[in-house]
Design a protein. Structure first.
Length: 217
């Protein structure tokens, strides 16, 4: 029986590496798959991991129809045994529903990989739907660490070095305000306590060097 698998973890937990490994394992057993990603760090239509591995992938736009794509491929005589779907947190609710339908109606395995919550600590649209629909959910065991050494469970966004908890979930890099330069956006994984306190590694270092202890909310 085919299943919808959801592998989740924080940003540095090795999801893309596992996505590529999963594809490799199935391809080695002569199974035929398709790889998908969106907003990958390597750019469009590439699935890449922090360890330097990359693989060509199909880019998932907001209006991409997984069901239509798979049905068309099969109708044209193609073979598909499984789908590997990276950056699935960015997929729409409708697209996750399509993946579930592909598993149930076409008996094709789907392996989805994605971050659970965004920098505001709220579930991503795609991840929320995967939590609701997945046959199996796996929290990755390769644990990322906060600067304090605790398990990093939350994703923080900094803009020009300052942690923010509001804003667009997806930052498009080439959008520039006319009257101000684009913010320097970066991400960092933190434990829940330090996410709550907005205490990034840089700020913790600055605080530790400050002469007076600062009050934390
Ligand atoms: Zn911490």
């Amino acid at each position: 029986m085919a299943e919808l698998h959801f592998f989740t973890g924080t940003m540095d937990s090795g999801k893309s590496t596992l996505a590529l490994q999963t594809n490799h394992n199935h391809a080695a057993r002569a199974r035929v798959g398709r790889l998908f990603t969106t907003h990958d760090r390597a750019g469009q239509a590439k699935l890449s991991s922090r360890l330097g591995l990359t693989h060509d992938a199909l880019e998932v736009a907001r209006d991409f129809d997984f069901w239509r794509y798979v049905v068309d491929s099969l109708t044209q005589g193609g073979r598909i045994d499984y789908l590997v779907c990276d950056e699935a947190q960015f997929y729409t609710r409708v697209q996750i529903d399509q993946l579930a339908k592909i598993v149930d109606e076409l008996q094709i395995d789907v392996f989805a990989f994605g971050i659970l919550t965004d920098f505001r600590t709220e579930l991503f649209e795609g991840s929320a739907r995967l939590v609701e629909l997945a046959d199996r959910m796996n929290v990755l065991q390769v644990e990322a660490l906060c600067w304090c050494g605790k398990r990093a469970t939350h994703n923080a966004r900094t803009e020009n070095g300052v942690m923010v908890v509001e804003g667009e979930v997806i930052v498009v890099g080439d959008v520039e305000a006319i009257d101000q330069p684009p913010a320097d956006v970066a991400y960092e994984v933190l434990c829940r306590q330090h996410h709550r306190r907005r205490l990034t590694a840089a700020r913790a270092k600055a605080v530790s060097l400050a002469p007076e202890p600062l009050p934390f909310g």
